[in-house]
Design a protein around this ligand. Sequence first.
Ligand code: BG6
Length: 487
Amino acid sequence: MNQLKKGFPEGFLWGGAVAANQVEGAYLEDGKGLSTSDFAAYKDPYAGGEVNNFTFNVSSQELLEYTANESGYLFPKRWGIDFYHHYKEDIRLFAEMGFKVFRLSISWARIFPTGMEEKPNEKGLKFYDLVFDELKKYGIEPLVTLSHYEMPIELTKKYNGWQSRELIPLFTRFAETCFERYKDKVTYWITFNEMNMNLNSLYTGAGTLPDLVSNQEAAAYQASHYQFVASSLAIQIGKKIMPQAKIGCMICRLETYAETCNPEDQLQALKEDHINLFYPDVQVRGEYPAYMKRYFAENGIEFETLPEDFEIIRSNTADFISFSYYMTYVTKGGPDAKELSGHLVSKIKNPYIKLSDWGWPIDPIGLRITLNKLWDRYQVPLFVVENGLGAVDTLESDETVHDPYRIEYMGEHIRQMKEAVCDGVELMGYTSWGCIDLISCGTSQMSKRYGMIYVDQDDRGNGSLKRIRKDSFFWYKKVIESNGEVI
Ligand code: BG6
């Protein structure tokens, strides 16, 4: 009998994660083009605006209005936390926490400003060289997402984003350029962030203006199909250029619970889970599962595919599954099933768990369940690349931030992750989301803070941008130092 596993393996990749559009700022600097995220307007809740929770959809009318009247709106993703000019200081702080890995993304519009140029923008490429070199100085591995919720806005205007097959070669050119340039600096890659969120917000990951499509669900699957093909082609190209690289897929994992043990509810939970697992099923198993073909047929969902797409998908599968984990979902069968399905936060409340300030269910045990389920199903290494608590933090007059709620949240999740490792799950690492405060993806707020490093800036972009270590900073340092033994 093999020895019992007692904790995190040696070499476990502890770290943190961000996305270019939520931190970099410098939105027009050094030749960068405008990207979709540059048009995510902040809707001030105190001025009667509606801060949407994870639906930064933009309609064609809004895009026209934002373009015509840029000064009339706030676009916080344009300034981020100015990581573009603070990356050295930020990486030094990550190193102080003991990071082994740092997840970041490359802004497509920094490399190909409209997405359609033949030649990349050298200054954009240079910026990421500097970042990777800085990480190397401290022995921190980069984990690079090629497409994290943004793309050149010109691709939205010309093609309505991933509704067009034309996006595939444009994306693979971008991917190939990055692989060629950074092949000696980056080993861990993710092609697309949370592709399954196309179903929740067409604009966010697919660059599609939702009012210009006739069936939004079909459009989400169309975009996902083209992204599957693009991701597989990127893996094919990447493996040729960097045989040693590990290239993974990524989903927003929503473990689904049935409301009761009524078999109807259990069946609905299975169906809901299928919608989520469809993505790694395609990207790791290499084919469209029968349950999904049935779902498309029964729901009149049609989208364009070519026979050769399926061969590309079959022969270029992902090396690992990475996922974000924030919450679990609750569903039930019966006449309301359709209405209850497919939201980010489930309409049915789980009475056994608490909610975050933004109403997101907090469920650490669900992480253990989901890790086991993914491992049982796929038997490929897993990577938790996002997990964290969006909360309101208070900067005290002595420049401290006391965030016991974050320490509790992360501690509980790390404890459950450790249980999963002891259950036998092969886990590569853990990168907490927004290791430094950043602009919220879903609401464009600064005040929804995830970081262990406080950034002095408010929702309107006022502040000194000073970086301040929170209590969780010192706590996470100890977690990493002890390889997850001191939690
Ligand atoms: C993930 C995204 O789904 O959720 C991140 O990949 C995002 O980009 C994170 O920031 C948290 O969501 P939000 O809306 O609180 O920023």
